[in-house]
Design a protein. Structure first.
Length: 158
């Protein structure tokens, strides 16, 4: 999947009143998670295959356009917005040789694509993909669909 280069992903809008779907964006490379900005002016989409976060403008002068917000060192998963308006995303870096190894990270970035913090979870999630990072009251909650626990990390500079 990672090496496929697939760009068939789409961002859809659904109106529950009319029950209509509208395609907002095409050409996404493994879309995997979305988050809406604090002011509702844009949506972020993680592109797992491309290893990046794309910004789609919903309102304002750039409405209905998109841009690459940040390129990441691996494959991103679900994005979560913080109460301050920044974002956390799990990023999994995979090496295939000499044997398959996964290096799970979490990266915090702002709405301009500036990486504010990187936390390495390799010691806690040895070779396990992390799929969720959520900041709450000064702690990071880290989860994986491949683990039977949720990690709680206090003292991370949130």
């Amino acid at each position: 999947f990672l090496l496929s280069g697939d760009t068939n992903g789409r961002l859809l809008k659904y109106d529950p009143k009319t029950r209509q779907r509208t395609v907002l964006l095409t050409g996404l490379s493994g879309p995997n998670g979305v988050a809406v900005s604090k002011d509702g002016s844009f949506v972020l989409i993680s592109e797992y295959v491309a290893g990046r976060i794309r910004k789609f403008w919903v309102k304002g002068p750039k409405a209905n356009t998109s841009e690459v917000l940040v390129n990441l060192p691996g494959s991103p998963d679900n994005i979560k917005r913080t109460s301050s308006g920044d974002f956390w995303v799990p990023v999994n870096i995979e090496n295939l040789l000499p044997r398959k190894t996964t290096f799970p990270l979490a990266q915090k970035f702002n709405s301009y694509g500036q990486i504010l913090e990187t936390v390495n979870f390799y010691a806690e999630y040895n070779n396990i993909y992390i799929t969720e990072v959520h900041q709450h009251l000064g702690s990071l909650y880290v989860a994986s669909v491949y683990a039977n626990f949720v990690g709680v990390f206090r003292g991370v500079r949130c």
